[in-house]
Structure formats: structure tokens, C-alpha cells
Design a protein around this ligand. Structure first.
Ligand SMILES: [Zn+2]
Length: 439
């Protein structure tokens, strides 16, 4: 099971802070300077040269199989944990060590998560192996293992707190716990989004104020923010040293209130032309201006409300059917935690198309904003946008013709092909309706 999936389920806070511009992730494209860019043939659609296309297709197939396998594997691990009665064994051990429920939880949750994490480790390792093999990642195994340990530690910390709260609420209100738990987690998720860019993200990557390394880029960006009638303070713009770990391009918006910021990966700032970087920035600015973080939080609140209501019913039904067989006493038993995880993993799985559609909608809005806010700032910004998408896709070996069902189900961005076609055809300036966001 993907750590991220679990984190999304338990805390969800980390699911929405980053609205990245790139697709998934990826390798080696020629660096274009501004003068060279003028000689680039005009892009009419997303296409890859034959050898890159073959590589993209192979990567697409591997990733699709991995994605489907991961989905089934996550459920299978939890099912095995229940069938093998690992929960009750860990619960008995925790009860042996302490009679206090608080300390029992402190023992039980990390051990259970450790079992799940170790069972899922081979898949995580294979995923990183693929990224290395395709040149999408340059991160060594020691550094990767360090990141894995750190993310597990963060996960255990957050999950333990959540489980402590959950079982306390279940004990107090056996019928309406799902609602109270939902209500209480909301401020914690907002807090998590607030602290993520200043506490969690720096655990994994280095961030430097953009002004300190690329003052000329900040000045160019300020022309874009002025055009959009917005003042993003300079101290809210960062460059991330992504090149230490990956070769792909990206930029994203994260944080809330005082920690809200735009982050550009150094790879992006290094390899794209200035107009292309400004378009990418315009897209991120769209997320910032259109309050996509807040919209994401509201969306998550709605989804998790429905998820917890349904989740309670599924947990009760599973316990009634198999509880005794799995040696789980009742819903207040710590050993019922894997049942909660199984129910929520199932719900996360079936709700994935809704999440993906919502994310694609926001990304499309940000694309529109990016096109509008850069219109007139440099010549032919529609082709500049198309060229930026082409580079993004080429660098990540993004497959040009993915399966429509896969896109519908799991793509959090429109496909590169869709984004390029839209950029080339979006021309509202001479129509009566005019542009949507930037007049
Ligand atoms: Zn985006």
C-alpha cells in the first residue's frame, strides 16, 4: 500500500497542499536558451521522437501495471493482516506491556504500521528502481532509504495521534463518532497544510528564497503578478533543489495564510526559456489567486464527511461478519484498526475518479489563468505554453495516448496532449465574452 494513500486516508492534510504543475514525473531533453528557442519548429501537438516514444510507451505500461497491482496489493496486505490475526497479536502484546489505553495505543499503532510498511516495501523499492532505470531520478539508495524512514516516522506520528483521538471519540459516542471525528480532524488538517511547507517539506528537500538566487527571475515574475493585479510577496517565492533527486520539471503552490507560497523546481528554472518559466509561474499563480488550496480543503471536507459516514457502516458490517473469526472484540478494540484501514482504502479506491476529476478541473482553470496572465507580456504566449508542455512531457517520458479510462480514473492533470491543444486554441481576447480571469 502506498504510504501516500494511507496518509491521505488518515490525515489527508498532505493530499492537497501541493497543486503541482507537472504530470507524474521524468529524463534528458536538450536545454534551450532563449535565442535557440526562436528556431524551434512550431508545436502543433504533443509528439515524441521514435526512440523517446518507445521508452515512454514501455514506462507507461510498467506504471499502469504497477498502479493496478499496487491497488490490489494494498487491499491484500490489509486482508492478510486480518486473516493472520496480526492486529490481535499486537494488541495482546500492548496490553501485556501496559494496562493504560494511551500507552497501549502508543505501542500498537507504530507496530501495526511497521508491519504494513515492511510488507509494502518491495513495491516501493521497485518503483524507485523504475525511476532510476528511466533516468527520472538520480537519487541514490541511501538517500532514498533516508526519505523512506523519515516519511514513515511522520506517518506514524500523525497516525498515532489520529488513532488516539478516534478511539477516544468512539468510546464517548458509539453512534455519532464518525461525525465528531470528522469535525475534530478539520482544524488539524488545516494546521497540517499550514505547517507542511515550513516543517515537513524541508525534511526532504532544500528550499531557497528565489530572490537570493535568481533576482532577475523574480523581477520578470513581478511583471506577471502585476499583470494579474496581485502582489505575491518576494518572500513567498522559493526555488527547490529538485536536481539533487530528480531530472523532471515541476512547480507548485502550497501552504495556507502566512506559509502560502509558490515553489519552482531548479530544473525547471534551469532548462526552460524565460517566457516558458513565466507561463509555468502564471499557471501556479492561478492556483494561488483562485484559492485552490482552500477549495481543495473544502472538497476534502465534503469527501471525508461522506467517507466517514459510509466507512462506519462498512466497519460495522465487516465486524459483524468476520469480527469473531479475526479475534476482534468489538469496534472499540484497537485490533479493529486494520478493519478501519481496509474500509477507508476501499472508499479511497472508489472515490479516486471524483478526486481526479476535481483536480483536473482545478488544473485546467490554472492553465486558463496562466494563458491569460501572460497574454501580451511576450509574443505568442499560446505557443510558449505549448512548448513548455512539450518539454514537461518529453522530460517525463509522458505517453502521448494514455487509455481514456485510466485518465478518467487516476489522472490529476489533463493529459499533455489536451493541455497543448487547449493552449493553442484558447483565444478569447477578440470574442465578446473576453478572458475569464485576467481582463
Ligand atoms: Zn497546477
Amino acid at each position: 500500500m502506498k504510504t501516500a494513500t494511507f496518509l491521505l486516508i488518515i490525515s489527508a492534510g498532505l493530499a492537497f497542499p501541493a497543486l503541482a504543475c507537472g504530470q507524474s514525473s521524468a529524463a534528458q531533453a536538450p536545454t534551450l536558451t532563449e535565442s535557440q528557442a526562436e528556431h524551434t519548429p512550431e508545436i502543433t501537438e504533443y509528439s515524441l521522437p521514435p526512440e523517446k516514444l518507445a521508452k515512454a510507451e514501455a514506462l507507461y505500461r510498467t506504471r499502469t501495471v504497477l498502479y493496478l497491482f499496487d491497488m490490489i496489493f494494498g487491499l491484500a496486505v490489509l486482508w492478510a493482516v486480518l486473516r493472520l490475526r496480526i492486529g490481535p497479536a499486537l494488541r495482546d502484546f500492548a496490553e501485556l506491556v501496559s494496562r493504560n489505553r494511551f500507552f497501549q495505543t502508543l505501542i500498537f499503532v507504530p507496530l501495526l504500521l511497521l508491519v504494513i510498511a515492511i510488507a509494502s516495501l518491495p513495491l516501493d523499492i521497485y518503483g524507485h528502481h523504475i525511476s532510476l532505470a528511466y533516468g527520472l531520478s538520480v537519487q541514490g539508495w541511501v538517500s532514498w532509504a533516508g526519505d523512506w524512514l523519515k516519511s514513515e516516522a511522520v506517518l506514524v506520528g500523525i497516525a498515532t495521534l489520529a488513532v488516539l483521538g478516534l478511539f477516544r471519540i468512539i468510546a464517548k459516542s458509539p453512534r455519532r463518532w464518525w461525525f465528531y471525528f470528522w469535525l475534530i480532524t478539520l482544524p488539524f488538517i488545516v494546521l497540517l497544510v499550514f505547517v507542511a511547507p515550513v516543517i515537513l517539506d524541508p525534511m526532504f528537500n532544500t528550499f531557497i528564497a528565489l530572490e537570493n538566487i535568481q533576482p532577475q527571475l523574480v523581477r520578470a515574475i513581478e511583471k506577471v503578478t502585476e499583470r494579474g493585479g496581485l502582489n505575491i510577496p518576494r518572500e513567498h517565492m522559493f526555488e527547490m533543489k529538485a536536481s539533487e533527486k530528480v531530472t523532471t520539471y515541476n512547480a507548485y503552490v502550497t501552504g495556507i495564510g502566512a506559509t502560502k507560497r509558490v515553489v519552482v523546481w531548479d530544473n525547471t528554472a534551469r532548462d526552460m526559456t524565460m517566457p516558458e518559466i513565466l507561463f509555468v509561474f502564471g499557471h501556479e499563480m492561478g492556483h494561488y489567486v483562485l484559492n485552490h488550496i482552500y477549495k481543495g480543503l473544502a472538497f476534502f471536507a465534503a469527501i471525508s464527511f461522506a467517507g466517514l459516514w459510509l466507512g462506519r457502516r462498512i466497519v460495522i458490517a465487516m465486524l459483524a461478519r468476520w469480527g469473531a473469526n479475526w479475534r476482534i472484540r468489538d469496534i472499540t478494540d484497537l485490533a479493529s484498526l486494520p478493519v478501519f484501514l481496509l474500509a477507508l482504502t476501499l472508499l479511497a479506491l472508489v472515490s479516486e475518479p471524483v478526486n481526479s476529476a476535481f483536480s483536473r478541473h482545478l488544473e485546467h482553470q490554472a492553465d486558463i489563468y496562466g494563458l491569460e496572465v501572460t497574454h501580451g507580456l511576450f509574443p505568442d504566449n499560446q505557443h510558449v505554453a505549448a512548448a513548455a508542455f512539450q518539454k514537461l512531457g518529453e522530460k517525463s517520458y509522458d505517453y502521448p495516448t494514455p487509455n481514456a479510462l485510466l485518465v478518467f480514473w487516476s489522472y490529476d492533470h489533463p493529459t499533455i496532449q489536451q493541455r497543448i491543444r487547449f493552449a493553442l486554441h484558447y483565444d478569447p481576447w477578440d470574442t465578446p465574452r473576453g478572458p475569464q480571469y485576467v481582463k
